[in-house]
Write a protein that binds this ligand. Sequence first.
Ligand code: AMP
Ligand code: MG
Length: 356
Amino acid sequence: MITRVLYIDPSDFKESELVPAADVIKSGGLVIFPTETVYGIGADATRPECAAKIYSAKGRPSDNPLIVHLADPSDAEQYAYTSPLFYRLAGAFMPGPLTVIMPKKDSIPTTVTGGLDSVAVRVPSHPVANALIRLSGLPIAAPSANISGRPSATNAGYALRDFNGRADVIVDGGESDCGLESTIVRITGRDSLLLLRPGAVTPDEIMKKAGCVLEISDAVTGKLAEGERPLSPGMKYRHYSPSKPLTLVSGSREARIRFFRKAQETENAAVICYDEQLPHLRRENAIPAGGETDLETQAHRLFYALRAADSLPCGSIYANLPPASGLGLALYNRLIRAAAYRIEDADSAPDKNTRK
Ligand code: AMP
Ligand code: MG
């Protein structure tokens, strides 16, 4: 299969330019497209064989469900049992980077939902994604456009590296805005939600704007116990991982800089650092990922930084442990998985020069 590339300028395009991509969705094929979170690899969400194609292209375990992308929140009626809380969330955050899980209707095959009787829906705000869904006239099942377990793709080049020859069309619409996948909540009651995956929409914003309580699932910051059944199946899989071991580093500012420098000297390690740390480090093995307090830029650059660090000639990667609150919670959640839960405290770490 040859993957056709369609270049679309998100700030200036005619819907007709997307007709070839919409036709591929209608005829049961795979289309990679930009969203405001990350790139997605999508197909018709109403046909089980289309979902099967996505799982096989990604190498994704078939019990890890796909998010169904819609053009408008009111379309959710056709696929899910909605509630007033859903419409409050939709009014505040849709279109945008929020995914809501509700009981599913029969119109969505269980292949899409990994066998679950619930469905995750999202209305992307990216103009290209939105137009593609509208033109195809179908809900589009689309996980992130990366081979299962690898960092998500935030531009067409990264997506193509994973899927050239495995998707019918890729729509190149430039860089994704947020750079992190959507926030996922499950509706658990009339006025209650469970946060399954943090993202750009933060817990405080959700509670304030939707007037509800939100519980944060333990799996957001922690590790599942052996044999524990996750509420969101994606949580049990290794995720976002570079091919080299990543370790997160906590501790005082000074201790972290000392720690990173020693790691560069003794292990030839790559460091994903704050911009402020860069002058203190060996630049050729340091990837600046935004200012220390600029969490938006850090979110935007996270997957780029993981891929960039991975491609340096180094044996290991270190990064700062982010604060587990606000937008930092989303960074923490992704990094802790990418690091397979490895954290070192720079204040109590032995001097790396004296290590064997
Ligand atoms: P991705 O599409 O790669 O961003 O991953 C989607 C995430 O949504 C995965 O972690 C899934 O486990 C989660 N998800 C999708 N549908 C459901 C559902 N019905 N119930 C729980 N989690 C879901
Ligand atoms: Mg993913």
